[in-house]
Design a protein around this ligand. Structure first.
Ligand code: KG4
Ligand code: ZN
Length: 355
């Protein structure tokens, strides 16, 4: 009996400041993965400038898709479908990817499906852990989102917790900026915290009451900013606060507060769901302190932990192709009327995506 023909999907991702395209086989194997980052361009403004992001996507999208096809040794004719990030994200940025996908689908006749960006982050785990099968709990922490999702099947999610205000990555970015560490803030704080004392400054425990596992990172951020103001006042007017205060300790304590909230809530979610498989997703899961704490608890509690490599944690298109594959295989299709949705909710996508 001959083996089934491989199912190859082109993924396209343009929701924020990365123009990305990738080819993935059977939702599990990355054949190519091209990411053109604009981060350097936005760094001088201290954050992503939506107008610049859209314009850069327009310039990059065609060469990036061409490179992804070339790296995979494929042409459109060898593919079985196209998956594109439909939302959430910056509307002007999303539209570039969605328009490109519609154009490619129309010239090639390939089926196309719109994918939720967070579903993509979750699906990164299917690429790095070939044996991972639902159900599992996934912590999704990125620049725009902080969710705990129960993944029931490919494309089927139940949201167990979400942030009520800022996302974890947003808090990292804002505090890094206040500390003079630049953008993107997460990696900068991660580096700065190395060797710092995580217990140098105490943070209140995050508890939204009523047994809720939701997050509030605005509270952590405000606590850090108030602390920084107090330290600056103690240093005296015009003085460099970091001359008298350890920036390492400050970074390590802030990072520990964010990691503590994420880890405590996600392990509680696992317990409530009666599951012993945990996956991490999103840019913040690159954080070394978060990974360390997750590994420690997983080891202690007999939980199987899946953590994608750094490249698959941050925005990329391989994860979008992986998330789109089961939808395309289930016969889901979007037509030329597919529109970007800047504020698409994950649980809405979970229902929409139910094969
Ligand atoms: O998932 P992602 O690449 O883009 C979004 O969909 O938002 O996540 C970007 C976020 C940024 O806020 C960045 O500061 C954060 O992930 N990040 C980190 C680390 N690396 C990236 N946060 C903490 N520690 C890191 N090592
Ligand atoms: Zn992302």
């Amino acid at each position: 009996m001959s083996a089934p023909r491989p199912f190859r999907v082109l993924g396209i991702e343009t929701s924020c400041d990365e123009t990305a395209a990738a080819v993935v086989q059977d939702g599990r194997t990355v054949l190519s993965d091209v990411v053109a980052s604009q981060a350097g361009l936005h760094a001088r403004y201290g954050g992503v400038v939506p107008e610049i992001a859209s314009r850069m996507h327009v310039e990059a999208i065609v060469p990036v898709v061409a490179q992804a096809l070339a790296d995979a040794g494929t042409t459109l004719a060898d593919l079985d479908g196209i998956a594109v990030t439909r939302g959430p994200g910056l509307i002007g940025a999303l539209l570039v990817g969605v328009s490109a996908a519609k154009g490619l689908a129309s010239v090639s006749g390939l089926p196309m499906v719109g994918v939720h960006h967070i579903a993509g982050h979750i699906a990164a785990n299917f690429l790095s852990s070939p044996d991972l099968e639902p159900p599992f709990v996934c912590l999704v922490a990125s620049g725009g989102h902080s969710h705990i999702a129960l993944v029931r099947g490919p494309g089927r999610f139940e949201v167990l917790a979400r942030t009520r205000d800022d996302a974890a990555g947003e808090a990292f970015d804002k505090i890094a900026r206040a500390m003079g560490l630049g953008y993107p803030g997460g990696p900068a704080i991660d580096r700065e915290a190395e060797g710092g004392r995580p217990d140098a400054y105490a943070y209140p425990r995050m508890d939204l009451g009523g047994g809720s596992l939701d997050f509030s990172f605005s509270g952590v951020k405000t606590h850090a900013l108030n602390l920084l103001n107090r330290l600056a006042m103690q240093a005296g007017p015009g003085a460099d606060v970091w001359a008298s205060v350890s920036r390492r300790d400050f970074a390590a304590s802030f990072q520990a507060a964010v990691a503590d909230a994420l880890v405590t809530h996600v392990f509680e979610a696992l317990e409530r769901a009666g599951l012993r498989t945990l996956a991490l997703a999103g840019g913040v899961s690159a954080n070394r302190e978060l990974r360390r704490r997750c590994m420690e608890r997983a080891d202690r509690e007999g939980v199987a932990l899946h953590v994608p490599p750094l490249r698959l944690c941050t925005d990329n298109a391989a994860m979008i192709a992986a998330a789109g594959t089961p939808l395309l295989l289930a016969g889901m299709r979007d037509g030329p009327d597919l529109n970007a949705d800047a504020s698409w909710e994950l649980d809405e996508a979970g229902l929409v995506n139910l094969p």
